[in-house]
Design a protein around this ligand. Sequence first.
Ligand code: WQD
Length: 339
Amino acid sequence: MQKKILVTGGTGYIGSHTVVELIKEGFEVVVIDNLSNSKVEVLDKIEKITGTKPVFYQFDLCDFERLEACFKKEGNISSIIHFAASKAVGESVEKPLLYYRNNLQSLVNLLELMRKYHVPDIVFSSSCTVYGQPDKLPVTESTPYQIAESPYGNTKQIGEEILKDTCKAHSEIKSIALRYFNPVGAHESALIGELPLGTPNNLVPFITQTAAGIREQLSVFGSDYNTPDGTAVRDYIHVVDLAKAHVISVKRLLENLNKSNFEFFNIGTGNGYSVLQTIQTFERVNGVKVNYKLVDRRPGDIEQIFADTSFANKELGWKAEKGLEEMMSSAWKWQQTVK
Ligand code: WQD
């Protein structure tokens, strides 16, 4: 029988790509999303790619009653992938309570209902932000946490703690937290991709919008870092590779292959690229120019981070397959479809 997977935030950027991979692998998918940062048309795009439109509920996960009604109606949920969360670092500094409520109350609601309705497994969207600026690179899963730089980062650290404590106290619950590095790119069909509302905060959407003439100029934040070209270094990961890591994690939990009730993995490529290298790769593979200037550092940015992915490679049997060129070409192909 098809296993039913509940995907929260399933119309969002990483969520929608993961729904596609789940359907491709034969799972039945139920999506919950409040559409605060995504559009309902994404479901039609998912149907175009896979031939299947997932069941959809529109509500906020902080609404315990609606969530309970969904658990009751759906009945036999095998596993949850929990993406739904607010994710703008700067906004979280302005509106910390919104972030603590959205990102943590929703998680607690889900865990309480998982216990009540006997749903055993949850895969959680964590972030490399839990590491802050590590002393040693690349970062392994045993690299210690640094004090979070923002309420957003704090919600990811606390989210992991909530899962760890819950899995310890209630052994019927198992969880995997995936610590994403910098997700970029879009599905090869160019039917789904990242749709930031307003001015993008993240580098790649800003690059594509500048190349498309929507933004006049890209500011490169900081050119005096202690890196080969002075600009900051990140581990960019293709969103489809990231989506596949979720499918593998769901299967690991369903098949009880996990080594402990709470596991966490770095999901990156292991390669660090600077902001300038990223822009240059974009220009080269797409044959377009990006108008940019070097400006001061952005407050709160770290100098460099990239993942040691050997634990995920060995334990999950997962490895990123797509390189920076594919990330940049798919991001551009997607941007050109956005009206
Ligand atoms: C990458 C590099 C910028 C925009 C954040 C979150 C993290 C994760 C992903 C998500 C940095 C530089 C950017 C621009 C630039 N979470 N930059 N000009 O900050 O590494 O990570 O997003 O939901 O938790 O913290 O990603 O894409 O914003 O920046 O020069 O206009 O690009 O300074 O060095 P970041 P980013």
